[in-house]
Design a binder for this molecule. Structure first.
Ligand code: ZN
Length: 425
């Protein structure tokens, strides 16, 4: 294949996106707001200019198709999201859309016609920072957005999702009826490119990661440990019901479990991101009567999540008994791990090898639209681009050379032959 992705175009669009979505501190492309819309307008105009077939669905996801040789064959999809968190960075989401656009623009320029229609998808509303609902755009595309989500209000505007959709020409009534724009059986594969949000590739020789699975999770966002406030000087050890001590025990015992389960070979991360005594009642001279904390457990495997859930219950019971406190874990939220397609991963790995671009296998710790596609039974792969300083902040830093490497691997992944699939899950 004598083609070259349109890197100049991608570079130019990164610059334009950064300029139009700069908020004074970072990058803001608000979900179903002017920021996200402007990004969609930019990508749409460019896709039309290079002659792709552009459509949108009821949720305003943008599709830009390069027609293939066999227009009836299952389509190859590529893309990511264009919205950002408030004061985020320029690359989270946009890198995946511009990577796909660069490949299609290169193919168009070279007159290369892929075997099947190859479609860039700019997905809406991936960041749940605006509406507290996950994967609004991709779920709606598959006709699977819960109708109740349409009434959920955006955190800053207080207006409903339906209201925001209508403002930009979306069709909440179609979403509500469950009509799907995408049929999993008619999709040969989906590939999402995304900047890595953790530090693994930064400390590695490889600029490109090949995701094996997207971790699922269970979370207790507002757990409470209740003991009894007491005078720090006057209350003997055996009469204390110290919530702070119980929290410390809970955390260290969970950390021991993490270490043990990891040694047994489990993929696992455990985080206590919020931890506080009550600022109104706690004091340096008081035994703490209450601690609020969050517990976030993630793994690539549902069996591991179940195991750790049992471990957590056992530890909470033991810590509560030992410390004379009560532990209320509160409401649980959970997501299911998503496995990337092993055959597709192997094919992409072989292509990257022939390009001389080494890729690093790794699980993905954060949620992405790719997990929605995988759960729909679409053979799915994700490529990570090395990135400094994490994501969701203005200091995201992706080297353009690394973007180019990932895009070259993506191009090969999109050009793989399309076979007619049967029996989607
Ligand atoms: Zn993202």
């Amino acid at each position: 294949m004598k083609t070259e992705p349109a890197f100049d175009l991608a570079r130019d669009l990164f610059d334009k996106l950064a300029t139009q979505s700069f908020d004074g501190v970072g990058i803001t492309r608000d979900t179903y707001g002017p920021g996200e819309q402007a990004a969609h307008d930019l990508v749409r105009a460019e896709a039309q200019r290079i002659g792709l077939e552009v459509t949108t669905d009821a949720a305003l996801n943008l599709y830009a198709a390069l027609p293939g040789q066999d227009r009836t064959a299952p389509k190859v999809l590529v893309g990511s999201h264009l919205d950002s968190v408030p004061r985020g960075g320029n690359f989270d989401g946009a890198a995946g859309v511009l990577s796909g656009l660069a490949v299609l623009a290169g193919w168009r320029k070279a007159g290369f016609v892929p075997s099947a229609d190859t479609v860039l998808v700019a997905i809406r509303a991936e960041e749940s920072a605006w509406f507290p609902v996950s994967y609004i755009g991709s779920k709606a595309a598959f006709g699977r957005l819960d109708a109740a989500a349409l009434q959920v209000c955006r955190r800053d505007t207080g207006r409903s999702l339906a209201n925001h959709l209508l403002e930009f020409g979306g069709h909440p009534e179609v979403i509500k009826s469950g009509v799907a724009a995408l049929d999993p059986a008619r999709i040969a594969r989906f590939v999402e490119v995304h900047i890595e949000q953790g530090p693994v590739l930064m400390g590695s020789e490889q600029a490109v990661g090949l995701v094996s699975s997207i971790r699922g999770s269970f979370r207790y966002r507002s757990a409470t440990i209740s003991g009894a406030y007491a005078h720090s000087g006057a209350t003997p050890r055996e009469l204390r019901r110290d919530a702070a001590l119980a929290a410390a025990r809970l955390i260290t015992e969970m950390d021991d479990i993490w270490s043990r389960r990891a040694e047994e070979g489990h993929d696992l991360v455990i985080t206590f991101g919020r931890l506080s005594t009550d600022p109104d009642e706690a004091d340096f001279s008081k035994v703490a009567g209450r601690v609020d904390l969050s517990i976030d457990v993630r793994s690539a495997h549902a069996t591991t999540l179940n195991l750790i859930e049992t471990d957590l219950q056992d530890i909470a019971d033991r810590v509560a008994k030992k410390g004379g406190v009560t532990i209320d874990l509160g409401t649980k939220t959970a997501s299911t791990p998503a496995q990337m397609d092993p055959a597709l991963i192997e094919a992409i790995r072989a292509e990257s090898k022939s390009l001389g671009i080494p890729v690093r296998s790794m699980p993905c710790g954060a949620g992405h639209d790719a997990s929605v596609f995988a759960h729909e039974g679409v053979p799915t792969a994700m490529l990570f681009i090395r990135n400094r300083n994490g994501s969701h902040n203005p200091r995201e830093e992706m080297e353009f050379d690394d973007f180019m490497e990932a895009t070259r691997v993506l191009e090969r992944g999109l050009a793989l032959p399309v076979t007619n699939r049967k029996d989607p899950r």
